[in-house]
Design a protein around this ligand. Structure first.
Ligand code: CA
Length: 512
């Protein structure tokens, strides 16, 4: 009898386990997991994956085997764009709005405070310096229905890992859990870590302010661990939670790397020193490789758990690679063949390394030159999640890039992309300064607010933006300026004031 009961009990366990695994697979098959792997300040060429038509010397410098692995499994976007600085990109991601519409046009930190003063000759508009908010009660902010909130409302376990930088200190938007993330690992108002070193408690002891101290990673304090690694470990624990709950997950894996402070990751730095790199560049390359290891660790985890075939991975950066200061070597050259870098509307500041793997849909090792911009992630991610009916407070500007992933033939020569930055980044260099931009087909027109000057480039022929054609292609300037002006007016974009005239800077198509 005892033996019979034991057999019965064992069979019940087996039956019950089988039932569980069936339930899990049905559930996970119906909703894919989604990982958005967003790197901070990573340039288009900071990788061994070639995003141009040939392997460049920068591609040969950087070592990113896991980006190569992802590129081999998915599609590479060679013309993917973000805004030139952190917060506008992140708010576009969370809202699906273009920066001209959401008005968080520069980076945020302190409440009611413009972090970068205007340049001589311009007075900044009242832009949304308090960032994105889940409420309409905060002045100078944009009230949105955030992407993770919609995913959470539709059964996703939403995980924030790393840098948030969505809203100013002391506002609800500073805390990712107020924006629809169920789990928050290390995210708050600040856009950089005090230190990447666990041994330093991820703090800069020389700074009196505590705002740069990375929150929530106390268990790694005093340990010999790099921030990128600590966040990755915590993200993996959070994915375990989702698997145990049998819930599909959205992991927003937003690394602080490779933003300043540029600090060497000891696991990789010596290799670059031995290759003769400039000491600062050896540190930078080690941060890039540490970021790439994190991507590999996540991919290994998905393989180990048997969920790689049901997990979509998107790889992106939030703006171009830093080049105007703080790097080894010559300024404005760190994104070659692209001109300039972070803070600039030249390609070096806005063109990003983007990869997408959608198992069973994307063609392995494929590439597209179709243009996409950061607000496109919002409708695309909701479409990945199978969420078609949703309401948002904000008007969504982004267009889903899923038809591109499905290999549909799309003529995007008619779609115009727009940037608007009526602010000051604080450094000088090519393409840096208050401006509005339109990209359409092969052409790109930049309108500088300070002197109402144009730059016109044919990006297909002149990816390095060396030859300004504004004085020779006047009809092209007129037509693109008209389209840019119409767009800016349609989204109620803000212009700065010219302090010499006391008037708003004119629209690009209504110059004196
Ligand atoms: Ca950034």
């Amino acid at each position: 009898m005892r033996q019979f009961l034991s057999i019965l009990f064992t069979s019940l366990i087996v039956f019950s386990c089988k039932n569980d695994s069936k339930k899990l697979s049905d559930k996970t098959l119906s909703k894919p997991n989604i990982i958005l792997f967003l790197v901070d300040d990573m340039g288009w060429q900071d990788t061994s994956v070639p995003f141009w038509n040939k392997k460049t010397s920068l591609n040969q410098k950087y070592v990113t085997p896991n980006m190569e692995r992802l590129a081999n499994q998915g599609v590479k976007f060679t013309q993917a764009y973000a805004t030139p600085v952190c917060t506008p990109t992140r708010v576009s991601l969370m809202s699906g709005m273009n920066a001209a519409r959401h008005r968080v046009t520069s980076w945020t930190l302190r409440r009611d405070t413009d972090m970068v003063k205007p340049p001589k000759g311009l007075k900044l508009p009242k832009w949304n310096l308090n960032g994105a908010q889940p409420t309409d009660g905060i002045n100078q902010s944009v009230h949105i229905t955030p992407l993770p909130q919609i995913l959470k409302d539709n059964g996703y376990l939403t995980i924030h890992a790393g840098k948030a930088h969505f809203g100013a200190i002391g506002t609800p938007g500073a805390d990712p859990t107020n924006l629809g993330f169920e789990i928050n690992i290390a995210g708050h108002a600040a856009g950089a870590p005090g230190s990447y070193y666990g041994a330093n408690n991820f703090e800069n002891s020389k700074r009196k302010e505590t705002i740069w101290n990375v929150p929530g990673l106390e268990k790694y304090h005093g340990q010999d661990i790099f921030l990128t690694e600590a966040i990755t470990k915590e993200a993996i624990f959070a994915m375990d939670v989702a698997i145990n709950k049998e819930a599909p997950f959205y992991l927003y894996m937003a690394h602080y790397a490779v933003h300043t402070p540029i600090q060497g990751d000891s696991r990789f730095e010596q290799k670059y020193v031995d290759k003769g790199f400039d000491p600062k560049e050896a540190k930078y390359a080690s941060m890039v490789e540490g970021m790439d290891k994190s991507l590999g660790d996540l991919m290994d985890y998905l393989d180990k758990k048997g969920i790689a075939d049901n997990t979509i991975i998107l790889f992106m950066s939030d703006n171009g690679g830093l080049s105007a200061y703080g790097r080894g070597g010559k300024k404005h050259t760190h994104n070659k063949p692209l001109s300039s870098g972070k803070g600039s509307v030249h390609e070096g500041g806005i063109r990003e390394p983007m990869l997408v793997k959608w198992p069973g849909i994307t063609k392995p090792n494929s590439s597209t030159d179709r243009k996409v911009i950061i607000e496109d992630f919002f409708p695309s991610i909701l479409e990945f999640a199978g969420i078609s009916s949703y309401k948002t407070i904000q008007q969504v500007d982004g267009k889903s890039f899923i038809p591109i992933l499905k290999g549909k033939k799309i003529n995007d020569s008619e779609r115009a992309l727009f940037w608007h930055f009526p602010n000051n980044w604080g450094k000088n260099g090519p393409g840096i300064g208050a401006s509005s931009v339109i990209r359409k087909g092969d052409w790109k027109l930049i309108y500088y607010h300070i002197n109402e000057r144009f730059e016109l480039f044919n990006i297909k022929n002149d990816i390095s933006e060396m030859t300004n054609l504004a004085s020779t292609e006047k009809l092209k300037v007129t037509s693109l300026a008209a389209e840019l002006g119409n767009y800016l007016r349609s989204v109620d974009a803000q212009m700065p004031t010219n302090t010499n005239t006391g008037k708003l800077v004119p629209w690009p198509d209504s110059q004196k």
